[in-house]
Ligand binder design. Structure first.
Ligand SMILES: Nc1nc2c(ncn2[C@@H]2O[C@H](COP(=O)(O)OP(=O)(O)O)[C@@H](O)[C@H]2O)c(=O)[nH]1
Ligand SMILES: [Mg+2]
Length: 206
């Protein structure tokens, strides 16, 4: 007999300005094969299929990560990318404030298109090693200023903000695991809501 476990494949779109490290962080997350010497080419579109253990009884969930061409200048996220994703991961580089400003425009477009659906959005600051070690100059560190600005904006938008480094694989686990757990809510014993109502009625009659 065929026993097919029908599971929903969730689609996650990774977006942001060109060159912020989207491909580097996806490759690092999925394959762990990126280091500072790895040569990456500009992306047209790539889809990564992966399975994630969200810690629920050892069962693995399938996710599909969409890597797309980075945006440049005033370019908006093409419309066809707004409809299908179940979640958005927006990436910026805190050394370049334009890459953060661009996320505000993308978020507005996402909100316009999502209608009544709940579509999780998270923001990743890809902090390159060079940003961290540039803090010898006295006064305010420009990277810290951008990170603060991003934190305030994310709080206002009620979205999670994570600081990651595409060269450090463990830094990528938490945001993606938390997102996957949100996209795969725990299964209740019965998937038929009518049945649950009947069960609770029987209990109250007993
Ligand atoms: N040192 C360092 N280099 C990075 C990091 N993230 C990306 N890069 C490099 O920056 C370049 C652009 O990254 P890429 O992932 O192609 O950017 P994308 O356009 O957003 O996909 C590549 O040469 C990467 O190797 C990082 O965290 N640290
Ligand atoms: Mg890319």
């Amino acid at each position: 007999m065929l026993t097919a476990k029908i599971g929903k494949v969730v689609k996650i779109l990774v977006c942001g300005m060109k060159g912020v490290g989207k491909t580097a962080l996806i490759e690092q997350l999925v394959y762990g094969n990126i280091n500072a010497e790895t040569e990456l080419h500009a992306t047209i579109e790539d889809i990564y299929s992966s399975s994630v253990d969200t810690g629920r009884g050892g069962c693995r969930e399938t996710i599909r990560i969409y890597d797309i061409a980075g945006l440049q200048g005033e370019q908006a996220l093409p419309r066809h990318y707004l409809n299908f994703p179940d979640a958005f991961v927006m990436v910026y580089d805190p050394i370049d404030p334009r890459s953060l400003d661009m996320l505000a425009d993308i978020k507005m477009d996402i909100d316009k298109h999502k209608e009544k659906k709940e579509v999780p959005v998270i923001v990743l600051a890809n902090v390159h090693a060079r940003c961290k070690f540039n803090s010898n100059t006295p006064g305010l560190n420009p990277v810290e200023i951008i990170l603060d600005r991003a934190n305030i904006w994310c709080q206002r938008e009620r979205i999670k903000h994570y600081t990651v480094n595409a060269m450090e694989r463990p830094s990528l686990y938490e945001p993606f695991l938390v997102l996957c757990a949100r996209l795969h809510p725990p299964q209740t014993k019965s998937t038929f809501p009518q049945l649950r109502v009947m069960q609770s009625r029987q209990k109250s009659e007993a």
